[in-house]
Design a protein around this ligand. Sequence first.
Ligand code: NAP
Ligand code: MG
Length: 406
Amino acid sequence: MTKITMTRPIVEMDGDEMARVLWGRIKEELLLPFVDLRTAYYDLGLPNRDATSDAVTREAARAVTEHKVGVKCATITPNLRRLEEYRLKKLWPSPNATIRAFLDGTVFREPIMVRCVKPAVRSWAKPIVIARHAYGDVYGGLEYRVEEAGKAELVFTTAAGREVFRQAVHTFEGPGVLQAAHNKDGSIGAFARACFSYALETRRDLWFAAKDTISACYDRCFRDIFERVFEAEYAPPFKDAGLTYRYALIDDAAARAVRSEGGFVWACKNYDGDVLSDLVSAAFGSLAMMTSVLVSPEGYFEYEAAHGTVSRHYYRYLRGEETSTNPTAMIFAWTSALRKRGELDHTPELSRFADVLEGAVIKNIEAGAMTGDLFRLREGVFPDFPCPLSAEAFIGAVREETARAY
Ligand code: NAP
Ligand code: MG
């Protein structure tokens, strides 16, 4: 069998723990036998981040801007326990945060649906994609604990030193709390463009929801920018594609989403996206069936699974026990990167291989070959598969089906 050749590499970011173990298996069993894989490899595993004082993370992010397509394995964001466990020089920042800040991108989270696992919401027949604006609001906020009576004011002074706004927020008679948040037109506009582009590319309607009735300046600004960007840049292509953009109040959108059949992209402000992405992924089934892509305004794409390094399974693996970790979202991160590479380089064989591999995963799961997380949720009768498969057995079955279908 001749292998598919690649004209340009994919930036490959290796990671930690169980995810790293499966990463190696996926390459070995599902990619290298079929594709003459070209990658620019960066080891973002915690030991190497520590050894390079995290320079490797910044180099990897830079490489994504060069090659335009990256794929990332889950990595440990160190905390005090990890500091000891890995004897780290210091608490390195989250690689995802570093990469996101470098690429100034928007994260889209999309569930992979299979027939034998029903979403918690019965009407959801198609995926709901959550797009989270990863900038500002309470995340870039300033807070103050008020301990005594006093007055809080909001003041704005121009760069030239002229005070143009001063207004009382509240006059406190006793203890309380204060919070200030900000956002930037540029960041909101880039977010809006990323959402419109992604919706167009994946042929889905776009919703944006906020609370502009209450937040008549802050949320209103988001609403206006979305509308302006849509009218100026996206209205004709949306019309041609038969797609719609709609704004709704966030509470109304939440109720409509539950009654909908899914199949849309939901653009969320930072906090809403934080909450809804976890809620929607849990409602669709397993975290191991959720993919994630970071899209930058310049057209760089970084794909990954939404789940973490699956530490609990890793400790079992280290003790020599068999684990039933689900590699599906990681496989889809690779196939999405290969498909994008194929698209950008005009190598349709690569995109076709991505379709075949994804098809092999879905076909196995729907036939009953699945790992423990899905086994617990499955509906239907599967006499050939009375128990969950190990990660190895699952990958082996996918390899067989890929070789057959390819
Ligand atoms: P996690 O790795 O996502 O795992 C949480 C639990 O979800 C697992 O214990 C497992 O449940 C289930 N699960 C997740 N992925 C699964 C899979 N592929 N197959 C089967 N079950 C799966 O989250 P965590 O344990 O909170 O975090 C572990 C490490 O990952 C942390 O160091 C964190 O910093 C890092 N993290 C990285 C990323 C990233 O790089 N994008 C994202 C999140 C977390 P059961 O144990 O019940 O089977
Ligand atoms: Mg969250």
